[in-house]
Design a binder for this molecule. Structure first.
Ligand SMILES: C[S@@+](CC[C@H](N)C(=O)[O-])C[C@H]1O[C@@H](n2cnc3c(N)ncnc32)[C@H](O)[C@@H]1O
Length: 247
């Protein structure tokens, strides 16, 4: 993985940056599980980072497991959520056969798998980890290769004396290489002083056809794709509900 992980190495700041929206994201996953799931109680979050989304599930009585490759994020997650089982592992390694009813992977984290081979391995291991009727919810942004554009998003998050100013740039995806460069510039201000953090990494790019073709090659079947906006040019957000085909 070509990744300068500075942002992921700052779990408290990462958590604050994504605080707004966390409740809605967890609620969306729960809604989709009510609609398409098997009613089970075991939840898995591959690449869970700081575990910001897991609290909503432990509160509702789910048994929760998260894994990530970043030890700092996991240490932070463990302190925050004593009821979650948190494991250091990777998306092309973790497998606990027939153990989970729901898995989810939001914020385009799946795109960290930069090759089809890795993405397919991850889908295969996750499919094996799901029980009968289990679902995997994957959310990512889709590229529009016909209208390639650099994109910039800025936002500020605050808690008490802490403030984080964030600029995120996504460079226009390269259709041939299937790669998109992401840059984060963060200004962290708190009682202890100020600090600048930069992250640069590449993500796999997908348009809808490429995503559906990948899923068709995996052991998971596509139950539903929600698109925002539904059509039109530009980057779109996709939420895919994937189900276990045979069990
Ligand atoms: C954008 S963050 C998302 C974290 C969390 N899922 C969330 O929604 O806040 C991406 C996370 O993926 C983790 N990650 C990246 N590549 C990974 C891999 N191959 N296996 C496991 N974790 C990975 C990073 O350490 C980071 O915590």
């Amino acid at each position: 993985m070509s990744l300068e992980t500075a942002l992921y190495d700052e779990p408290a700041w990462y958590d604050l940056l994504h605080q707004e929206g966390t409740e809605e994201e967890a609620a969306m996953v729960l809604d989709l599980f009510s609609l398409h799931g098997n009613g089970g109680k075991d939840v898995l979050e591959p690449a869970c980072g700081t575990g910001r989304l897991l609290a909503a599930f432990t509160k509702k009585g789910f048994r929760v497991t998260g894994y990530d490759i970043n030890a700092k994020a996991l240490a932070f997650a463990r302190k925050k959520n004593r009821r979650a089982r948190l494991i250091k592992s990777g998306m092309t390694a973790f497998c606990e056969p027939n153990s989970f009813d729901l898995a989810f992977n939001l914020l385009g984290t799946f795109r960290h798998l930069e090759r089809d081979k890795e993405a397919l391995r991850h889908l295969e291991l996750t499919a094996r980890s799901l029980r009968k009727g289990g679902i995997y919810i994957v959310q990512l942004d889709l590229s529009d290769y016909e209208h390639p554009e650099d994109d910039e998003e800025t936002w500020t998050a605050r808690a008490g004396l802490k403030q984080i100013d964030h600029v995120m740039m996504s460079l226009a995806p390269d259709r041939k290489r299937r790669s998109e460069k992401i840059l984060h510039f963060l200004n962290l201000k708190g009682p202890g002083g100020a600090k600048r953090v930069k992250s640069v990494y590449a993500l796999r790019s997908y348009d809808l056809a490429q995503l559906e073709a990948l899923i068709a090659r995996s052991p998971l079947r596509l139950i539903e794709t929600l698109l925002y906006p539904e059509d039109g040019p530009g980057v779109r957000d996709a939420v895919c509900v994937l189900g276990v085909s045979k069990k």
